[in-house]
Design a protein around this ligand. Structure first.
Ligand code: AMP
Length: 196
C-alpha cells in the first residue's frame, strides 16, 4: 500500500501516520521529522532547511525531493509506505509519481486528507509547541504555516481528485475514531477503487 497523507499542520498526520504504519506494517516517512533530525545533527541539509522551517515557510523543493527519493529507494519502503508531509504541492506530487515510475513501481494508491477547521488546528499546534518544544509551533509561525498550507492545498486536492485518488475524512474525532475511519476508507478504496 502506497499512501500519502495530506492535511494542515496539526491535522493529525503524524499521529495517524504512526498508527497506520503499525497497522499495515509499512514505514511512515515524514519529511518534517527528517528535516528536524538533519537540523539537530547540523548536516548541510539541516542547516539549509532550518531557517525556512523556523519561519514557517516550505523548504526548497530540491532539498525535500532528494531526501524523499533516497528514502523511497530504501529496502523497508519496498512493499509500501505512508508519506507524511510530502507532497506539499503539485510539483512535488508530479515528481513523486515520476520517481515511483523510475523505480519501476506502481503509483500511489490513495491520498488521504484529514480535514480540521483552522481554529482547532491553531489550538492543537500551540498545545504541541508547549508539550514538545517545537519552535515552529509558536503563535508567530502557526498562522503563517496555515496560510502557506492553504495556498497549496486546493491544487494538490485537485491533482489527486482528478485521478480519483483523494479520500477526505474528518480529522476532528478522537484519535481512535479518526484511525478507524481512515482504515475503513483505505481498505475499501485500495482493495475496491470505486469513488466513495
Ligand atoms: P511538518 O513536520 O510536516 O509540520 O513539517 C515541518 C516543516 O518542515 C514545514 O513547515 C516545512 O518547513 C518543512 N517541510 C516538511 N515537508 C515539506 C515539504 N514536502 N516541502 C517543503 N517543506 C517541507
Amino acid at each position: 500500500m502506497q499512501i500519502v497523507l495530506i492535511g494542515a499542520p496539526g491535522s493529525g498526520k503524524g499521529t495517524q501516520g504512526d498508527l497506520l504504519s503499525a497497522h499495515y506494517g509499512i514505514p511512515r516517512l515524514s519529511t518534517g521529522d527528517a528535516l528536524r533530525q538533519a537540523a539537530r545533527l547540523h548536516t548541510a541539509i539541516g542547516y539549509e532547511a532550518k531557517a525556512a522551517m523556523d519561519a514557517g515557510e516550505l523548504v526548497e523543493d530540491r532539498i525535500v525531493i532528494r531526501m524523499i527519493e533516497d528514502r523511497l529507494a530504501m529496502d523497508d519502503a519496498g512493499s509500501g509506505f505512508i508519506l507524511d508531509g510530502f507532497p506539499s504541492n503539485v510539483r512535488q506530487a508530479q515528481i513523486l509519481d515520476a520517481a515511483l515510475a523510475r523505480q519501476g513501481r506502481a503509483g500511489i494508491d490513495a491520498a488521504l486528507h484529514f480535514e480540521v477547521p483552522d481554529d482547532e488546528l491553531v489550538r492543537r499546534t500551540l498545545a504541541r509547541g508547549v508539550a514538545q518544544g517545537r519552535s515552529d509551533d509558536s503563535e508567530a509561525t502557526v498562522s503563517h504555516r496555515l496560510s502557506v498550507y492553504h495556498s497549496q492545498a486546493a491544487t494538490l486536492f485537485k491533482y489527486y481528485a482528478d485521478q480519483n485518488k483523494l479520500l477526505t475524512r474528518s480529522g476532528t474525532g478522537s484519535v481512535g475514531e479518526v484511525f478507524d475511519e481512515a482504515v475503513d476508507a483505505l481498505d475499501r478504496f485500495v482493495t475496491t477503487p470505486l469513488p466513495i
